[in-house]
Design a protein around this ligand. Structure first.
Ligand SMILES: Cc1ncc(CN)c(N)n1
Length: 218
């Protein structure tokens, strides 16, 4: 069976990928047992992740080869600015997160590393490098959130269920499948660009794992 470029990258990073989708944080989120301090810490860091992530979506829009792709990113940016931001604000309120931690928290090493990966991709302006990082961030999240469909979910609190629901369902799945097809359709002919995109993919998967670890202070 032949595999696409994105499938090969996914298999090459299986160790960090499955450690992320099967992470204790995901187990506890789905079970509804994640400690409030752990969740608050994770969400505070993730809100900062969202800054570079939004810029990355903007760069994808700019680097895309034409209007249909640009419009796809523009739609996703709109969703990100509405539904996802509302989730953060509501969850910060529910968890009693202080204003200073919402706007200017101390960043963990994991957050800084992921931020650097995203900013490197932005600076490259390479469509493949930008897509590689975006695809990991969305595909890996779809993969763990769909555990709720496969295994069921005991969680009921909006802070728990909301984070799962933002990363599953037909619209999010279609977005991830589109990103995957877009990366495969834009595999660079330039070996340096291709190599850099592969490194960006691999670094991103490692960052996802470290990001979950950091929620527990590891
Ligand atoms: C660390 C991380 N990775 C991915 C996602 C999903 N966009 C996220 N919100 N945070």
């Amino acid at each position: 069976m032949t595999h696409t470029w994105s499938q090969r990258l996914r298999h090459a990073t299986d160790r960090d990928w499955t450690a992320s989708t099967g992470h204790r944080f995901v187990d506890e989120l789905l079970a509804g047992t994640v400690d409030d301090d752990v969740l608050a810490h994770y969400l505070v860091q993730d809100y900062q992740f969202c800054d570079a992530f939004t810029a990355l979506l903007g760069q994808a829009c700019a680097s895309a080869p034409g209007l249909p792709s640009r419009l796809r990113f523009a739609r996703q940016l709109g969703m990100f600015a509405s539904d996802e931001d509302t989730y953060f604000v509501d969850s910060f309120d529910a968890l009693g997160v202080l204003e200073a931690d919402r706007v200017d928290p101390a960043l963990t090493a994991a957050t800084r590393s992921f931020d650097q990966v995203m900013r490197d991709a932005i600076e490259s302006r390479s469509y493949a490098q930008v897509l590689a990082v975006l695809l990991v961030a969305e595909w890996l999240y779809l993969d763990w959130a769909e555990r709720a469909d496969r295994e069921g979910m005991a969680a009921t609190r909006p802070e728990h269920v909301g984070w799962v629901d933002l990363h599953r369902g037909p619209d999010f799945r279609a977005w991830v499948e589109w990103l995957q097809a877009e990366l495969d359709a834009n595999e660079p002919a330039d070996p340096h660009d291709k190599d850099a995109a592969e490194r960006a993919f691999t670094r991103s998967v490692a960052c996802e794992r470290a990001f979950f670890d950091a929620a527990y202070g590891q």
